[in-house]
Design a protein around this ligand. Structure first.
Ligand SMILES: CC(C)(COP(=O)(O)OP(=O)(O)OC[C@H]1O[C@@H](n2cnc3c(N)ncnc32)[C@H](O)[C@@H]1OP(=O)(O)O)[C@@H](O)C(=O)NCCC(=O)NCCS
Length: 154
């Protein structure tokens, strides 16, 4: 958790601690990609019962991948592909057959859309406006984007 917080900071210094608590409760699993002992990528999977469990995941009856991120200086070297492969195998080894995720429809989401298309994720529903309020260090951070929901059968 310390290494992740140091190398791949999120919107809040407390975020990885919150995830660890959720992982202990069995509603989230955090994954990380490492290069020479340093985390260079992250992603997590959410399960029913987590407070951020989405209507889309409920509707598609899938577990949901969130916060797929690779440090800018390590991109286009296959880190996200390798991480998603591990995530998918772990989900499928756990006996679950469908995985879902949301992806932004604007220019910021172009790399992710290309990645997920290449990995075989297919359009499930959208576009829709996804909004969330996440706990930042200086108070709540409001987030909204036009999203599409993609799923993959494992
Ligand atoms: C999207 C992201 C996770 C991809 O990580 P990555 O480690 O660079 O991805 P990979 O190296 O495994 O790329 C695999 C394939 O995805 C596609 N791809 C990845 N980045 C791309 C880009 N910038 N433009 C076009 N295609 C891209 C390509 O097909 C690529 O294969 P190639 O390099 O052989 O052409 C990374 O760009 C990122 O962290 N972006 C910011 C956060 C984000 O958008 N997360 C997704 C939230 S839904």
């Amino acid at each position: 958790m310390d290494a992740l917080t140091r190398s791949l900071p999120t919107w809040s210094a407390a975020e990885f601690g919150r995830r660890l608590e959720a992982q202990r409760r069995g509603t989230l699993v955090q994954f990380a990609a490492w290069d020479a002992g340093v985390p260079i990528g992250r992603a997590h999977v959410l399960f029913p019962g987590h407070e951020q469990w989405s209507i889309s995941a409920h509707r598609c009856r899938c577990v949901e991948v969130r916060d797929v991120f690779v440090a800018p200086e390590h991109r286009r070297r296959g880190a996200a592909t390798a991480m998603m492969d591990v995530v998918e195998r772990a989900v499928s080894d756990g006996g679950l057959l469908r995985i879902g995720l949301s992806v932004a429809q604007d220019e910021d989401g172009a790399a992710a859309r290309a990645l997920y298309e290449r990995l075989g994720y297919e359009f499930a529903h959208g576009p829709y406006i996804g909004g969330a309020t996440i706990p930042g260090d200086d108070g709540p951070i409001h987030f909204a984007a036009v999203l599409a929901y993609l799923t993959k059968e494992l």
